[in-house]
Design a protein around this ligand. Structure first.
Ligand SMILES: [Zn+2]
Length: 70
């Protein structure tokens, strides 16, 4: 059954612009909104063998904590 997907093509963008995401800071507890432009990559070292991992982080506007994004 796939008939419900046919005859479409009517998807419309109702609001242009950045996709805003939300995150709660685990340190100060503030809820803030950010866009993809605010996300940057950071290399962190984990484990006993100093494994380098690139993570995406966003900075809390309240306290400056760098929060890892999943
Ligand atoms: Zn914070």
């Amino acid at each position: 059954m796939r008939g419900e997907l046919e005859g479409g093509g009517m998807i419309k963008v109702l609001a242009h612009g950045n996709q805003h995401l939300q995150e709660v800071c685990p340190k100060c507890g503030c809820l803030f909104e950010y866009s993809a432009e605010d996300v940057y990559e950071k290399k962190i070292t984990v484990g006993l063998i100093a494994w380098d991992v690139i993570t995406k982080v966003v900075k809390c506007p309240e306290c400056g904590l760098e929060i890892t994004i999943r």
